[in-house]
Design a binder for this molecule. Sequence first.
Ligand code: SAM
Length: 293
Amino acid sequence: MNKPEIGSPTRTRAIMETYGLAFKKSLGQNFLTDLNILKKIVAAADVTKDDNVLEIGPGIGALTEQIALNANQVLALEIDQRLLPVLDETLADYSNVKVVHQDVLKADLNKLLADNFSEQKNLKLVANLPYYITTPIIMHLLAEKIDVELMAVMMQKEVADRLTAQPGSKSYGSLAVAVQYEMDTEIAFIVPKTAFVPQPQVDSCIVVLRKKKHKTLVAQDEDYFQRMIKGIFMHRRKSLWNNLLSMYGKKPETKEKLTAALAQAEIEPGVRAEKLSIAKLIDLSDALMAENL
Ligand code: SAM
């Protein structure tokens, strides 16, 4: 008789019991036990045999199995050593899956991808992220500059709102700008907390991030831009001007340069950074650089 899929409640329970596993809260272990949701995540990423998929945090392999059924190859990075023998067994039938014991935040992702995918295919990322480090993982993925076409990632609703926020809204800040500079973002669907064991405190969302096909807005120096973004959103209650003074100093000649850069970018000094579109923020970054700041 065929075994039920890994993400079914009965099979998950049986696996946890067989291996005497307890969920580690400190590692954000909320496992999905809703096959419908698991399949919807893979569908939201439109995973096909033309795709290689990177997964972060396979757990006991519930999502990994669904990805493997649709993808060319899957590389899954798991930090919890206890889960490696479990994954060896649960995913034994899937020859297109490779599991690596790895903390994603310390991973050299480009090297891992090159070492583990034998065929050149589109790269996608699909993951039910550990909530305690959602934002650091997203920032690490951006910093590693992996050539990923699409990401479909589960996160708490509050982080999803910050990631997809538009200028002027309460949630708009450095995370939205850093991500939306590179990718178009969309909340695909909401996942109730009842889809997980153990249940998290809050509902979650699947966010789909698509690499911009034609990046029309480009800063002259992208690293400078990203540093500036962190600085001007540092103190959200302060005006842009006061955040700029905190970043660059208050010498009279610095103030003159800042005034010139703001005039060049056509930005009022008293405005708050959260009002500025990505296009305006790029103008500001280029103007600050032109003043050698
Ligand atoms: N994919 C499984 C699922 O959907 O049921 C498990 C998802 S669970 C929310 C997050 C997983 O990420 C856990 O397996 C946890 O051990 C793993 N994890 C936590 N921190 C990690 C890190 N820094 N690097 C890699 N995996 C991590």
